[in-house]
Design a binder for this molecule. Structure first.
Ligand SMILES: [Zn+2]
Ligand SMILES: [Zn+2]
Length: 400
């Protein structure tokens, strides 16, 4: 299905490519395809981190911290005398997916692939690092953050636990993610909530179980579990303001029952999404209440474990305007959507935004397969736009 992104504004392409040198644009494609061929899962990105450090040293960086949050890298670039500092972040981990694509640079690590385009994110941030190191046309400090383990929501917390915000001064932070379906050369973001919180829960139900011919002498953990799955549908429909987004899904039930034995234990796992900590809290409270009540009504006992895996991603309104200005200067106003709809997917950058204000931007990846699909591939045509966007942010926010 051809979309009209092919008819992309030639002017926008010219601006993006004029902001990033041809040589850097060519190098970014090489780096991206090298990273694509050598994907590493979260907290195992040792070769990826070594590749990043090697490139940064070639660009003349001397201030490079490694092992920040296990495999993370933070490189610092200063120019002028200004004391303002901004952070630019790329994630660098791959997924446990077997690549279906047949590109010459397809994954050489069996069962692991860059199915989310973090190879492209690293290449674009390296491109911006080199461009800014060469031109030095800003006044202040830029922290280039290469984050591990984004996909399972562990990497940013690991970097924060390692002193990311204390060791590296930053007044504001920016990140981006490629987005299939948005034309190449276009950007999209919004102030406020952009991406959802993801909570995971696990409910352990215990009853007596027993012989299937003597049900009156048992308490049935499976029957309680089924009632709980139905009962938890009340959370969204009767506990949450309909104007708010909330999703609560039971996604798995396992029991110790067998064909002629009533289950004595049942385990339900599930997932909840929301756009604010208050709604996440309300979901947890309602879930605990409903589970406890239904378990008792079935003569069973239940325990709930509730974990906040991703926090909601909230863009700072003022800094989103600056991010938009940078995107407009790269792509033109007609190619920047400032009111894209929030989505239910989650993003680990949100944890950094809990500490330092900033913006998260989507970058068009064109008509490719969706993220996390075995046939997905980052679109190399998007590289100059992302790198140009990062450099424009720096020039805009750290004006000499
Ligand atoms: Zn992903
Ligand atoms: Zn991703």
């Amino acid at each position: 299905m051809a979309r009209d992104w092919r008819k992309l504004e030639e002017g926008a392409r010219a601006v993006a490519t004029s902001l990033i040198s041809d040589e850097i644009s060519r190098d970014m494609v090489r780096w991206r395809q090298h990273l694509h061929a050598n994907p590493e899962f979260g907290f195992e990105e040792t070769e990826t981190a070594a590749f990043i450090v090697k490139r940064l040293k070639e660009f003349g960086f001397t201030d490079i911290a490694t092992g920040v949050g296990k495999t993370g890298v933070v490189a610092t670039l200063r120019a002028g005398t200004g004391n303002r500092a901004i952070g630019l972040r790329a994630d660098m981990d791959a997924l446990h997916i077997s690549e279906a694509g047949t590109a010459a640079y397809r994954s050489t690590n069996p069962g692991v692939m860059h199915a989310c385009g973090h190879d492209g994110h690293v290449a674009m941030l390296l491109g911006a690092a080199r461009q800014l190191a060469e031109t030095g046309d800003f006044d202040g400090t830029v922290q280039f953050i290469f984050q591990p383990a984004e996909e399972w929501g562990q990497g940013m917390q690991a970097m924060l636990d390692d002193g990311l915000t204390e060791r590296f001064e930053m007044d504001e932070v920016y990140g981006l993610h490629n987005m299939p379906g948005i034309p190449v050369g276009q950007f999209a973001t919004r102030p406020g909530a952009l991406m959802a919180a993801e909570d995971n829960f696990e409910i352990a139900i215990s009853g007596s179980g027993g012989h299937s011919s003597r049900p009156h002498q048992t308490s049935d953990a499976l029957l309680a579990a089924c009632a709980i799955v139905t009962g938890m549908q009340n959370i969204v429909s009767r506990h949450i303001d309909p104007a708010e987004l909330a999703v609560v899904s039971a996604t798995e039930i396992t029991t110790d029952g067998t064909v002629n034995a009533i289950a004595s234990t049942a385990r339900i796992t599930g997932d909840a999404r929301s756009y604010s900590p208050g709604i996440s809290q309300a979901i947890e409270e309602a879930l605990r209440e409903i589970v406890g009540g239904i378990a008792v009504a079935h003569g069973c006992h239940a325990e709930v474990e509730y974990a906040r895996v991703f926090v909601p991603l909230i863009n700072d309104s003022e800094l989103t305007e600056f991010a938009t200005t940078a995107a407009v200067s790269v792509a033109g106003a007609q190619n920047v959507d400032t009111a894209t709809a929030p989505i239910g997917a989650s993003e680990d950058f949100a944890r950094l935004l809990n500490h330092i204000p900033g913006n998260f931007m989507y970058l068009g990846n064109g008509d490719t397969e969706v993220l996390h699909h075995a046939s997905y591939d980052f679109n190399d045509d998007a590289l100059p736009y992302g790198a140009a966007y990062f450099t424009e942010i720096v020039r805009e926010r750290l004006k000499p």
